[in-house]
Design a protein around this ligand. Structure first.
Ligand code: SF4
Length: 73
């Protein structure tokens, strides 16, 4: 689901976005890999994140993901 939200991108907003993005990119570069529970039910109970069961039933243990998901090759 995508929702359009119009707003003016000011230089200050763009700078704030870049600062936040650079923090996430630095964490990703360092190997940080943790759940972001803000997104699990972001669009309601009928539109759960595709990895909901992996995170909430399998405790994000990727070694068990093959029991629920099929890896795309
Ligand atoms: S279910 Fe897992 S992957 Fe999906 S938003 Fe929640 S924490 Fe992130």
């Amino acid at each position: 689901m995508a929702r359009r939200v119009d707003y003016e991108v000011t230089p200050a907003l763009l700078k704030a976005w870049e600062a936040g993005a650079r923090q996430w990119w630095a964490l990703m570069d360092s190997g940080f890999n943790a759940p972001n529970y803000d997104g699990c039910r972001k669009y309601g109970e009928n539109h759960l994140c595709e990895f909901y069961n992996g995170c909430h039933i399998l405790a994000a243990n990727e070694t068990k993901f093959d029991t629920l998901y099929q890896r795309k090759r």
